[in-house]
Write a protein that binds this ligand. Structure first.
Ligand SMILES: C[S@@+](CC[C@H](N)C(=O)[O-])C[C@H]1O[C@@H](n2cnc3c(N)ncnc32)[C@H](O)[C@@H]1O
Length: 278
């Protein structure tokens, strides 16, 4: 669903072929790293002001962490952001006295992060890496979070959850936002066409775009149902403490991929899971 995410494919050329098919973790990563490198400049130019250089929003509805309080207190805490992009959320953490660290698959996204570090003077140390193999020691963080970061782009979700649990201390907080799973039942259209369910909610077959020139996958997304998310959290020792489904604010009128006022007033677009380890 090319624009199910508030991310990368508003630019989708018509020649790209789109299908639902199985794809491995390695191939998902091989597709999405270069895709985010290609798209990063446009993403930051289009959405950077809405995100805010030191802002923290959980999704296109504009729910801020100031409102949500999903991370709990961050001052003095070691906080890892997975799929950190240009580090806006981690900069919010650091500005509030936390030790924010970013990790992202895309070098170009991290170059934007460095640029904003220099512009704002609020610096987020960041590393290139993948959510399924975190380059950190066990128990190194009090909080791990992801705002529309890696989790819906990876095939091996159990590996990512196991890694989050490994680097968190017992009692640590794990919070993340994703496209609300129910959105996968609808065409990815911000207009009224996007309001009629047309695909099975229970079809977990990944969404894959293929580059017509190379014949290789160029963008991948993975769908899980709400029940799948609860199960994988519980299976990795997490206790779900909240599932936030931000409502579309009355005066908000911004279209971001498949998110719009038209759809947002009727169906949820974002799910924010909040869980504690152990
Ligand atoms: C929609 S952007 C969100 C970035 C940032 N959280 C924000 O709100 O702008 C998704 C980010 O996830 C990153 N990403 C995708 N797959 C990843 C993976 N396997 N591991 C780490 N990051 C990944 C992308 O490079 C991209 O920067």
């Amino acid at each position: 669903m090319s624009e199910t995410i508030p991310s990368g494919t508003d630019h989708l050329p018509q020649s790209v072929s789109v299908e639902r098919r199985q794809i491995s973790e390695a191939d998902s990563r091989r597709a999405n790293g270069p895709d985010w490198d290609r798209y990063a400049d446009e993403y930051q130019a289009t959405h950077g002001a809405f995100l805010g250089d030191t802002g923290f929003i959980w999704g296109p509805e504009g729910l801020s962490e100031d409102e949500a309080g999903a991370l709990g207190p961050v001052a003095g805490r070691r906080v890892l952001e997975v799929g950190s992009g240009a580090g806006q959320c981690s900069r919010w953490v650091t500005a509030r006295g936390g030790n924010g660290i970013g990790l992202d698959l895309s070098m170009r996204q991290l170059q934007h992060s460095r640029r904003i570090d220099e512009e704002t003077g609020v610096v987020v140390p960041s590393v290139v890496g993948t959510a399924t193999q975190l380059p950190f020691a066990d128990d190194s963080f009090d909080v791990v979070f992801s705002s529309f970061g890696a989790l819906q782009f990876i095939a091996d979700l159990p590996a990512a959850l196991s890694e989050a649990a490994r680097v968190l201390r017992t009692g640590g907080r794990f919070a993340f936002s994703i496209t609300h799973p129910t959105r996968w039942s609808f065409p990815d259209d911000p207009g009224v066409e996007g309001l009629t369910a047309s695909q099975s909610y229970w079809d977990r077959t990944p969404y894959v775009e293929t580059d017509p020139e190379t014949g290789t996958p160029s963008y991948v997304e993975h769908h899980r149902t709400l029940g799948d998310w609860v199960e994988v959290l519980a299976g990795n020792g997490f206790r779900l403490v909240a599932l936030k489904e931000p409502e579309w604010p009355e005066k908000h009128d911004r279209t971001w991929g498949g998110w719009s006022r038209t759809r947002g007033l009727l169906i949820p677009g974002t799910a924010v899971f909040v869980a504690d380890l152990g």
